[in-house]
Design a protein around this ligand. Structure first.
Ligand code: PGA
Length: 259
């Protein structure tokens, strides 16, 4: 059974004091939930402080983005080498990065490869837009994004990445696909990983669902066999909601693994 994951993406929210307060507010509840991977991704300005706040707990901290180069003349950017001393995970290719900042599949791939080489676990986002969904292009888009993102990785490296299927039309909208539909789509993404990197990588890689997750809808998603956890935006800004989502993820994991 693939170890389940719940990751919170705080996006561009919370100043330093607010971020530490939010981390402190969820720390005890999250630390009481073993068996799953719990990751919080605060803004870069609060990464070190939140990492310190979480010291001595099982909660991992991640960045929301990074450059692929190790160092150099890239004003305003942060490198994987800088992140390794601060966190263990990094979100790569979020649809907001692709949509607002022009990140291409090639850039996502460079970031992913750099993350892996520096020992950071990437959480790689893929997902179709509303227009692509309506045009029946979902699978084509996910196939392309997955194949290109993971290009150049060995089967072993691919297996350690985390994928997050986030339909762009479901992010921050309150709209979600049916849980069974998300399950089927994630199953097809897993087939792409199998074709590109083999059966054992496909069996091992964790694939999350993301997009308008909240504690009311999450139980139905998290029990789906292909869904290995979730990537949460808005609801991760509430300590109570995020702890509830982590508890639901753990319950689903324990049920699937027959515990
Ligand atoms: P949302 O965001 O949970 O607010 O829809 C998800 C994401 O962007 O990762």
């Amino acid at each position: 059974m693939r170890k389940h994951v719940i990751a919170g993406n705080w996006k561009m929210n919370k100043n330093l004091a607010q971020a530490v307060a939010l981390a402190d507010g969820m720390k005890e509840g999250l630390n009481a939930l073993p068996d799953i991977d719990i990751i919080i991704c605060p803004p870069l300005t609060a990464l070190a402080a939140v990492r310190n706040a979480m010291q001595g707990t099982t909660i991992a901290v991640g960045a929301q983005n990074m450059h692929w180069e190790t160092e150099g003349a890239y004003t305003g950017e942060v490198s994987p080498q800088m992140l390794t001393s601060m966190c263990s995970h990094v979100i790569v290719g979020h649809s907001e990065r692709r949509g607002h900042f022009g990140e291409t599949d090639e850039m996502v791939n460079r970031k992913l490869v750099a993350a892996v080489l520096h020992g950071l676990t990437p959480i790689v986002c893929i997902g179709e837009t509303d227009a692509e969904n309506r045009a029946g292009q979902t699978l084509e888009v996910l196939d392309r994004q997955t194949t290109r993102a993971l290009a150049g990785l060995s089967a072993q490296q691919a297996a350690t990445a985390i994928l997050a299927y986030e339909p762009v039309w479901a992010i921050g909208t309150g709209r979600t696909p049916a849980p069974e539909e998300a399950n089927a789509t994630i199953g097809l993404v897993r087939k792409v990983v199998r074709r590109e990197h083999g059966a054992s990588a496909a069996e091992a890689i964790r694939i999350l669902y993301g997009g308008s997750i909240n504690p009311n809808v999450w139980p139905e998603f998290s029990v789906q066999p292909e869904v290995d956890g979730g990537l949460v935006g808005g609801a991760s800004l509430s300590a109570a909601d995020f702890v509830a989502l982590a508890a639901q993820t753990r319950a689903a994991f324990l049920a699937k693994s027959g515990q």
